[in-house]
Each structure stands twice: as C-alpha cells, then as structure tokens.
Design a protein around this ligand. Structure first.
Ligand SMILES: *Cc1c(COP(=O)(O)O)cnc(C)c1O
Length: 360
C-alpha cells in the first residue's frame, strides 16, 4: 500500500515543499522492498523475468501487442519516432509539445527527421484544420512527407490539460485516412485517465503507439514504457540498443514500475484534488492570474501579473519560505502536486505566496 505523503515529509513545517515537478517523487516503501527482492536476469538477452512481467503488464494495460521498458520518456518518444519514420520525413507535433521543446532535438539530430510544429491551442490540442493540411503527402519533390504524428496527453506545457476520447478519435480518423502513424506522448496518460475516470486503454485505443512515464506522479525512480504493435516494438528494441538504452539487470527498475502501475494510479486523484485546491487559492490572489478551466490534473500553471515583483524575485521569495516552483518563461509559473505533497502543504504554499507578495 502507498502511504499518503512520504515519511520524511511528516514534520509539517520544516520540510521543503517541492512543487517544481512530479519527477521529484521518491519511491514508496513498497517499491524499495520490491526492488530489493526482484528476480533478475540480463534483459539484453531478454532474460530478466521482472522486466518481462512489467512489459507484459504495460502492453495489457495499454491494449497493445507489446511493450518495451526504456530508461526515460525522452528515449521512449525518440525510439517511437525513429521506429515509425525513415529519415527525411516530418514529425508533426505541437509547438508547445515536449517532443518539440524539451527533447534536445533528438528526432532531427539522431533520426534525420524534421519537426513540423503546429500551434497548440491553450488546452494542448492541435487545430484540426491545420492538422488536416499537415498530414497531406508531398505533392511534388519539394516537400518532406509526413512520417509520424505526435499528440501529448496530458499536455505538460499547457498545464496538464486532458485530451478527451472525442478529440483523440477525430485525430485518429484523420491520421488513418492519411496513412500516418499516430504516437501519443503519454508521459502522464494515467493522469488523463484518472481525470476522465476512464481505464487508460479507453484513451490509448485511439493511437498506434504510446509512451508513458513511471517516474513522474507514479513515483518510480526510473523508467518509461513504449507500447504498440509487435513489429514496431521489435524495431524500437533495436533502436533502444543503438541509443545505449539496453539495460542489464533492469528488473530492479521494473519491480518499482510494477508497483507504480498497480498501486500508484488511483492515488493520482489525490494529486488532482490538491492541484485544484492550490489553483482555487491562487485565483483569490490579485497579483496572480489563473484560468481554472485549464487546471485539469496535477499541474497548475499561472501568471504573475504585478509590476511590483519579477518572476525570479517571486520564485526566490518562495524558496526562502521553503516552497519550490518553476518558471515557464515570461510571466508563467508552474506548480505540480504529487506523491509527497499533502493538502497541508498546499495551504502552507498559499501562505508563503501571500507573504512573498507582501514584500513587494
Ligand atoms: C517528462 C516528460 C517526457 C520525458 O520524460 P523523461 O523521463 O524526463 O525523459 C516526455 N513527455 C512529457 C509530456 C513529459 O512531461
């Protein structure tokens, strides 16, 4: 069983409230135990029974034929793009997407692909009219053909917004008609599933392949899974090897991953409730601006709108009061709730914000 909040966080007033990301989560006691006891083998030989069990569990959950454990979400997305598309093709994605902004240009640098970024809407979608056009094949020798289409759910930079099944179905229909594979960067797909109160395969059924992270809100220390058709996963396994992601006794990681998938998913609802609590508190503070409709999961994105204080000074003031958040560029700030953040932490955060702003 998970415990609500991590043990080192129990001394309510003295610990740091780290809201920079859900990647700062530490493994649960059950994960530590499972890691210590994991049955191991050499996974590059396909002989780690714990990895094999995790991959089978992930494929089943996502409703796909096969799955592959990779060290990170970035490697999962990169392996997917390279497995889907030969060199010289276009990766169609959002201009606020993680694959475009935060993965060091890997698909171009290592896969010879070009990014075709469409303007994301504030809730993390791609506009369907522009998508329709982008999916068309080259009409002559001047243009690059589409290679793969990437969606992101929940959408990180758009503030954890959720793509619902209706939208996913519409995109799937367009991608299928154009013959372009659809990959989902589902780093936080379980947050989307919990927010919609749907099993995760109700979302992944609309995409050909999906990557999801174990190491964010699900609190495992390392690892992501890529799921899709068996031949796609076989190619991705070879690409993982080329990228240096073939791990040996990776069952140590997989053991924590299985706890992440079996025990940590339902508790994401708690993180969403805490994000809502934080967002509603922020909405009452005049120096801040927030669109409550876009707070849909564990991410709270808001804007500092006072002339009296810079974002850097605001973040430093919070830090001095034991609260960490991250700047997103310009006036935008991000706070993420997660395993280890309690409702009390949220209340303390709101106090720290009011104190910080009072120093302006
Ligand atoms: C974190 C994240 C990734 C990449 O995961 P890493 O394990 O940090 O490489 C990919 N996509 C999204 C939307 C993410 O938030």
């Amino acid at each position: 069983m998970y415990t609500s909040g991590q043990s080192h966080n129990n001394a309510a007033s003295s610990h740091t409230i780290d809201l920079r990301s859900d990647t700062v989560t530490l493994p649960s006691p059950a994960m530590r135990e499972a890691m210590a006891r994991a049955e191991l083998g050499d996974d590059v030989y396909g002989e780690d029974p714990t990895v094999n069990r995790l991959e089978a569990m992930a494929a089943e959950l996502a409703g796909k034929e096969a799955a592959l454990l990779v060290p990170s979400g970035t490697m999962g997305n990169l392996s997917a793009m390279l497995s889907h598309a030969p060199r010289g093709r276009r990766v169609i994605c959002g201009d606020e997407s993680h694959v475009y902004r935060y993965e060091a240009g890997g698909a171009s640098a290592l896969g010879g692909l070009i990014y075709h970024a469409l303007p994301n809407t504030p809730d993390g979608r791609l506009p369907l009219d522009q998508l329709q056009e982008a999916l068309q094949p080259a009409y002559d020798g001047h243009e690059a053909d589409p290679g793969v289409l990437c969606l992101e759910n929940t959408h990180n930079r758009c503030g954890g917004t959720v793509l619902p099944p209706t939208y996913l179905a519409a995109v799937q229909a367009m991608a299928r008609a154009a013959g372009v594979p659809l990959h989902l960067d589902g780093a936080r797909i379980f947050n989307a599933a919990v927010a919609l109160n749907l099993p995760v395969d109700r979302l992944t059924q609309y995409v050909d392949t999906v990557q999801f992270c174990l190491s964010k809100g699900l609190a495992a220390p390392v690892g992501s899974l890529l799921a899709g058709p068996a031949p796609f996963i076989a190619r991705a396994r070879r690409i993982r090897k080329q990228l240096g992601g073939g791990m040996r006794q990776a069952g140590v990681i997989a053991a924590a991953g299985m706890i992440a998938l079996t025990e940590m998913v339902p508790r994401l609802a708690e993180d969403h409730a805490h994000a809502r609590l934080l967002a509603e508190g922020l909405a009452t503070i005049p120096a801040l601006q927030i669109n409550l409709e876009l707070v849909q999961s564990d991410i709270v994105r808001f804007k500092l709108v006072t002339e009296q204080m810079s974002v850097n000074a605001f973040l430093a003031g919070l830090r001095a009061r034991g609260v960490l958040m991250s700047g997103l560029g310009g006036p935008y700030i991000r706070a993420v709730t997660h395993y280890g953040i309690s409702a009390d932490d949220v209340r303390q955060t709101l106090v720290a914000i009011r104190q910080t702003l009072a120093t302006a």
